[in-house]
Ligand binder design. Structure first.
Ligand code: GLA
Length: 347
């Protein structure tokens, strides 16, 4: 039975470690945060979708069968509606209100949160709490929205973190198999904070797609399907910059394994050291940092962080830092800890 109203919340994410491993079939360790996007939907008898983005106070309105592209946040709404239609789950007419407390373009996955909240709300309006799609299918549908409608060939990291996140745990995701295992994150007085580099980023226009192509090229040359399957000894055969890109991918998956061991041993100091190693690799081998990001990470370490690194796709966005008990993070830092994964909200 279709519903008159439905709403859903989808959180942003922080990736503890495991950057640019998702589309290479490697490992990552993200968690969903408390901040996110909420979409409230109301069924309408008109055969169109109208949407209001509260933070920008902007509107969009389009006919249900309209497949014309759009820019900015509108591309996500149109893309989710179109991809649901293509999956045989075409939404009916609806008015959508988009709100939340997740900064855009700051590397906390506002895009994935928006896609997931839209998808859950629109499927919930069809009835049965969106049970027509399982969570992996929702993640895959949202990722198609990014590639087909927004032009960013992102992996599944952000969507899986938003959909499968749970309080008090990070998620060990193996992108070769899509197996997801919660790993308890006991902070024990440590604080994790995120600081915005002040540099906005958009995956579609940054060097993100270029990095992805470089990894595909490296995989072809090494004769593997996914770069994470390559043998470390073989990587030395590649010419630069492909050799460095591959070294980052293999090294970063190993660091994820070490980070999981550190969390299981409640060794946050070891985790912090891994954050520093990850940042150095992202800066020097993967070359996705920027001067503004370097200043941000340096500032966090000077403020007493035990470890800090850029998070997300790079070319701007936010840095994550770990502060030991008793050391105060700088003013204005956003405290983050694992929170609920995406869910349909009650009436
Ligand atoms: C962005 C993408 C993810 C992932 C990260 C880098 O957040 O959306 O799929 O590739 O960059 O780890």
């Amino acid at each position: 039975m279709a519903r008159d109203r439905a709403a859903a919340f989808a959180p942003g994410r922080v990736n503890l470690i495991g950057e640019h491993t998702d589309y290479n079939g490697g490992l990552a360790l993200p968690f969903s945060i408390a901040q996110g996007v909420t979409v409230r939907g109301q069924r309408s008898d008109e055969p169109c979708i109208s949407a209001h983005a509260e933070d920008l106070d902007e509107h969009d309105r389009f006919a249900l069968e309209d497949r014309s592209p759009a820019r900015g946040w509108r591309a996500f709404v149109r893309g989710v509606v179109a991809e649901l239609g293509a999956a045989g789950l075409a939404p009916g007419g609806a008015r959508l209100q988009i709100g939340g407390d997740l900064p855009r373009g700051a590397g906390l996955s506002s895009s994935a949160a928006l896609e997931v909240a839209l998808c859950l709300t629109l499927t919930a309006l069809r009835g049965r709490d969106g049970a027509e799609l399982d969570r992996l299918q929702v993640a895959q549908l949202c990722s198609r929205v990014e590639s087909e409608w927004v032009g960013a060939r992102t992996g599944l990291l952000d969507q899986l973190a938003s959909l499968f996140g749970e309080p008090d745990a990070a998620l060990l995701i193996d992108f070769a198999t899509l197996a997801i295992e919660p790993v308890p994150l006991r902070l024990g007085g440590w604080q994790l904070v995120v600081v915005d580099s002040g540099e906005r980023h958009a995956h579609a226009s940054s060097g993100y797609n270029e990095r992805r192509s470089e990894c595909e090229q490296a995989s072809r040359l090494l004769g593997v399907r996914l770069l994470a399957e390559a043998q470390a000894e073989e990587v030395g055969r590649l010419a630069e910059p492909l050799r460095s890109r591959a070294r980052h991918v293999l090294g970063e998956s190993l660091r994820v394994e070490e980070a999981v061991a550190a969390l299981r041993a409640d060794d946050l100091q070891a985790l912090a050291a891994l954050l520093n190693a990850s940042h150095a690799s992202l800066r020097d081998c993967y070359e996705v940092s920027t001067p503004a990001m370097e200043r941000t990470v340096r500032g966090l370490l000077e403020a007493g962080a035990a470890g800090a690194r850029m998070i997300g796709g790079g070319f701007g966005g936010s840095a994550l830092a770990a502060f030991a008990p008793g050391i105060e993070p700088p003013a204005g830092a956003l405290y983050v800890r694992p929170g609920d994964g995406a869910h349909v909200l009650g009436d």
